[in-house]
Design a protein around this ligand. Structure first.
Ligand SMILES: [Zn+2]
Length: 496
């Protein structure tokens, strides 16, 4: 019998980094692989990603995009076509140099991202204004040679989607970049139950080759920030570099305007770090691979037969129950007979299953089932309770929706409590050292001040928030570094 989950080391408060690695391993989300910096995503972890991916894929299609697939290998000359872009990526590119025994005449990059390939492909496909807009998306793997890796958050190979679009006007491209950041935000908030501060990146932090990079930044349980996804307005930079032109309505040949936007499985890392607790994973029900685990409790063969007979119709009724609009309740009956019920409770808590049902002989006789939520509310709502079998499916569905809402409220409360307005240099340094979190301050716009903050505090400029993002905070009027009048409100944080 494996060691009970509660006996394994997992001190979230003492060592957040080690706690994260333990949870990834013990909840069976992912494990290390024979390839340095690459992970094996296990079935439970992949199911979690699939729910996130499917939700996002649906929204990408509802907003008018179609999926495509492009080659994994990118000729070096293509990658080099947009100079700033290659400068940004070159230290991280993995190269294919041989085909069999023969050295290739031109090296092939394993895609770090596909803007260059898109540029080369759409140079031929875009001829006229009738060919615009191009609205495509690719679900793919990419490789970036990272020196320091961490499962889901930073791995040499990872899965993501990359959207690529071309438009006839600059305004349309900007609108598209904003629209897709809005779609991401919906997924982060409504599915992952994670609030973000959205806005623009500074020049220093933006995507190489983009005019403007939009981002959503979230706060993890250790008060460090994580970039949840980005959406880039590429202007006509890539279209010029790849000489993409279209014949406009007035018979002029013009460069189209592009966007690209990416959302990766690092968001799974965010789910772990935002919601998890000392007992392990806590999953938002909307993306949980299993909504409800049923633990049969029996001592004798007769009791076992009675309990199992009672569980069968309950399982069927739960599976037929709708929740979150078009989902059905996802049920697992834990029929293992080599571990105790107590072991199973710990195991499923560690794996973050939102609801546990316990069915013993006394429950069968009474026509009830014990319901326990993974994370009861602070007022005790959701702790162990007996529910009549007849009401169970509707009761469980209502609970799942309440848990989803409660998790979002909890993470919003945490983010607000750890978002600090700092009005001068000393305050910025002190608050960052003592409390961390999001530091909201004024910024004069100079790259030197941005660099100084980073060099002294380790905090980077995460986002220049959209208007209305930090409504409850009066924006500081002076740059925290140099004291000059602030041209922007900036959010600094130490980040992953
Ligand atoms: Zn300044």
């Amino acid at each position: 019998m494996p060691a009970p989950a509660s006996n394994r080391s997992r001190a979230r408060s003492a060592d957040f980094g080690q706690w994260y690695l333990d949870v990834v391993r013990d909840a069976e989300l992912a494990s290390y692989s024979p390839v340095r910096g690459c992970i094996v995503v296990r079935p439970y972890g992949f199911a979690l990603w699939e729910h996130v991916r499917d939700a996002l894929d649906r929204r990408i299609k509802e907003t008018g995009h179609e999926n495509i697939y492009l080659p994994l290998l990118v000729p070096e000359s293509l990658l080099e076509t947009e100079a700033k872009h290659v400068e940004g990526f070159s230290p991280q590119v993995a190269w294919v140099t041989h085909g069999g025994a023969d050295e290739l005449a031109e090296r092939l990059a394993i895609r770090p991202t596909s803007e260059a390939m898109v540029g080369a492909v759409y140079r031929d496909l875009i001829q006229s204004y009738r060919d615009l807009p191009v609205l495509v998306n690719q679900w793919a793997n990419v490789v970036r040679w990272e020196l320091r890796t961490r499962p889901f958050l930073r791995t040499a190979e990872f899965l993501w989607q990359e959207g690529h679009t071309f438009h006839a006007s600059a305004a349309e491209a900007r609108e598209e970049a904003e629209r897709m950041l809005g779609v991401y935000r919906e997924i982060w908030q409504d599915w992952l139950a994670i609030p973000t501060i959205t806005g623009r990146k500074s020049e220093a932090e933006k995507f190489p080759g983009a005019d403007v990079t939009l981002t959503g930044e979230a706060l993890m349980g250790d008060r460090r920030a994580l970039q949840m996804g980005t959406s880039h307005d590429l202007g006509s930079n890539f279209a010029r570099a790849f000489d993409i032109r279209f014949l406009d309505r007035d018979n002029e040949r013009r460069h189209p305007f592009g966007t690209s936007w990416g959302f990766s499985w690092r968001t799974i890392g965010a789910v772990i770090m935002v919601h998890g607790d000392e007992r392990g994973l806590v999953l938002p029900p909307r993306i949980a691979p299993i909504h409800v685990v049923v633990v049969p409790i029996w001592r004798t063969v007769e009791e076992r037969a009675a309990v199992e007979a009672a569980i069968a119709p309950v399982e069927a009724a739960l599976r037929a129950q709708a929740v979150f609009g078009d989902q059905r309740i996802r049920v697992r009956v834990d029929r293992r007979d080599d571990v105790t019920p107590g072991y199973k409770f710990n195991d499923w808590e560690l794996r973050g299953v939102p609801i546990r049902l316990e069915v013993g002989p006394r429950d069968v006789a009474a026509g009830t089932i014990v319901v326990a939520e993974r994370l009861p509310a602070t007022d005790g709502t959701g702790a162990k309770e007996s529910v009549s079998v007849d009401h169970l499916p509707a009761d469980v569905a209502a609970r799942l929706e309440r848990i989803q809402t409660r998790l979002l409220e909890r993470s919003i409360t945490f983010q607000r409590a750890n978002t600090h307005r700092v009005s001068g240099w000393d305050e910025l340094v002190d608050v960052n050292a003592a409390q961390g979190g999001f530091l909201v301050t004024g910024w004069c716009g100079s790259a030197a001040c941005e660099r100084d903050v980073q060099a002294t505090t380790g905090a980077t400029l995460r986002v220049l928030p959209f208007e209305g993002e930090l409504e409850e905070l009066e924006p500081p009027t002076a740059c925290a570094r140099c004291g000059a009048p602030a041209s922007e409100t900036a959010v600094f944080a130490r980040a992953y």
